[in-house]
Ligand binder design. Structure first.
Ligand SMILES: Cc1ncc(COP(=O)(O)O)c(C=O)c1O
Length: 364
C-alpha cells in the first residue's frame, strides 16, 4: 500500500483519495479491531465497540464544522442522490414552492426529484452553456420553503465562492456539498440543511452525511416512511437500522486525520495552494485552456482541455505512464478533470504540473 501511494498520484473525482494513514488503520481494523480479535466487519452496531465510533464521527463533524446546538449530524444510507428526494419529502408540502439553482447535472437531478413533492421554481440556470459558469443574478420568492444550491459542481469544475446571493435570499438554505464539504471555512450554521456523499472529503462510499437544523423539521403534513423521516434518525443517533458500519468507521478515521491536520482552516490553506499551482500552470501555456469562467473555477475539481484531441490523448497516455490516475475529464465535458480533494498531497499537484509544463514545452 505504501509503495502504491508513493508512486501513484490519485486525482479521481470520487470515490477518491483518502489519507494513507486511514487506509492503514482501516486495514488493521478489518483484521483486528482495537485489539479485540474481531474484525470491524463482524461486530454488532449496537455494541460498546461500535457506538463510540458513530459518536466520535458525529462529534468530529460538529467540531470541524463549528456547528451550533440547533444543527444535528446524521450518517445515512443511499448516497447524496437519496437526499435529492429525502430533502423535499421532509421539507416541502404538496402545493408549496421550493427554489432551486440549476448549475450542473447533480442540481438538475435534485430538481427532478423535488418536483415529485411540490412546486419547483428554478431561479437560475447555466444549462444552455453546458454549465460553464455560475449564474449569480437571481431572485428568490420569499415564500419559498427553501433555496437549494450545489456548492461545487464536480463534473464541470465550478464552485460558489461568494454566498452573498444565498445569504440574502431570506429563505432557509439547502446545500449539496458533496464535493467540497470540509475543504474550506464557511459559516455552516447559515445553512439549514447540508448533505454530502462521503466518498470525497469525508470518507468512503456507502454513507452520506446530513447536517440539519432541527427547527425546520416536522412541518410537512404527508406521512413519511420511518426511514425517510430525519427526526427518527436524529432520535436514533444515526442507528435507526443497521448503519453502514465500515463506511462510518472510515469517516471517523478521516475526520480524526483532518482534525490532527489542523482542521478546516489548515486544509483550506493547502487546498488554496494546490488549486493556485494548477490554475497558474493551465494559464501559463496556450496549450491548455480552462473550460469554465475564471471567477467560478473550483478548487476541488479543475477542468481544462487542449485544442487538439490527438494531443489530449497523448497527454492522457503520458499521465498513465507516470502514475497519474483519474485525469480524464467527465464524458459530458471532455478534456481533463483534476480533483484536488483534502487528502491529495500538494506534492501530487507539483508532479502533475511538472509534467504539464514539460509537455507544453515540448509541444509548444
Ligand atoms: C455534487 C454531487 N452531488 C451528488 C452526487 C451523487 O452522489 P451519490 O453517488 O453519492 O449519490 C455527486 C457524485 O459525485 C456529486 O458530486
Amino acid at each position: 500500500m505504501d509503495t502504491l501511494q508513493k508512486t501513484l498520484h490519485n486525482f479521481n473525482a470520487g470515490p477518491s483519495i483518502l489519507p494513507k494513514e486511514v487506509f492503514q488503520e482501516a486495514s488493521e481494523a478489518i483484521l483486528n479491531f482495537n485489539g479485540t480479535g474481531l474484525s470491524i466487519l463482524e461486530i454488532g452496531h449496537r455494541t460498546k465497540l461500535f457506538e463510540p465510533v458513530v459518536a466520535e464521527a458525529t462529534a468530529l463533524m460538529k467540531e470541524l464544522m463549528n456547528l451550533d446546538s440547533d444543527h444535528e449530524v446524521l450518517f445515512l444510507h443511499g448516497g447524496a442522490s437519496t437526499q435529492f428526494f429525502q430533502v423535499p419529502a421532509n421539507l416541502l408540502n404538496q402545493g408549496q414552492k421550493a427554489s432551486y439553482t440549476d448549475t450542473g447535472v447533480w442540481g438538475a437531478k435534485a430538481i427532478k426529484e423535488a418536483k415529485l413533492y411540490g412546486i419547483v421554481e428554478v431561479v437560475c440556470s447555466s444549462k444552455a452553456s453546458n454549465y460553464t459558469y455560475l449564474p449569480k443574478e437571481f431572485t428568490t420568492d420569499p415564500n419559498s420553503v427553501y433555496l437549494h444550491l450545489t456548492s461545487n459542481n464536480t463534473i464541470y469544475g465550478t464552485q460558489w465562492h461568494d454566498f452573498t446571493p444565498f445569504y440574502n435570499a431570506g429563505v432557509p438554505l439547502v446545500a449539496d456539498m458533496s464535493s467540497d464539504i470540509l475543504s474550506r471555512q464557511l459559516d455552516f450554521n447559515k445553512f439549514d440543511l447540508i448533505y454530502a456523499g462521503a466518498q470525497k472529503n469525508i470518507g468512503a462510499a456507502g454513507v452520506n452525511v446530513v447536517v440539519v437544523n432541527k427547527n425546520i423539521l416536522g412541518k410537512v403534513n404527508r406521512p413519511l416512511p420511518t426511514m425517510m423521516d430525519y427526526r427518527n434518525h436524529i432520535e436514533a443517533g444515526s442507528m435507526l437500522n443497521t448503519p453502514p458500519v465500515f463506511a462510518i468507521y472510515l469517516c471517523m478515521l478521516t475526520l480524526r486525520w483532518l482534525k490532527a491536520y489542523g482542521g478546516v482552516k489548515a486544509i483550506e490553506e493547502v487546498n488554496n495552494r494546490k488549486a493556485a499551482l494548477l490554475y497558474q500552470t493551465i494559464d501559463a501555456s496556450p496549450l491548455y485552456k480552462g473550460t469554465v469562467a475564471t471567477e467560478d473555477r473550483s478548487k476541488m475539481n479543475a477542468c481544462f482541455a487542449m485544442e487538439d484531441a490527438v494531443l489530449e490523448k497523448e497527454f492522457l497516455q503520458l499521465c498513465e505512464n507516470e502514475g497519474m490516475v483519474g485525469v480524464k475529464g467527465h464524458r459530458s465535458v471532455g478534456g481533463f478533470r483534476v480533483s484536488l480533494y483534502n487528502a491529495l498531497p500538494y506534492e501530487s499537484v507539483v508532479a502533475l504540473t511538472d509534467l504539464m509544463k514539460d509537455f507544453a514545452q515540448r509541444k509548444g
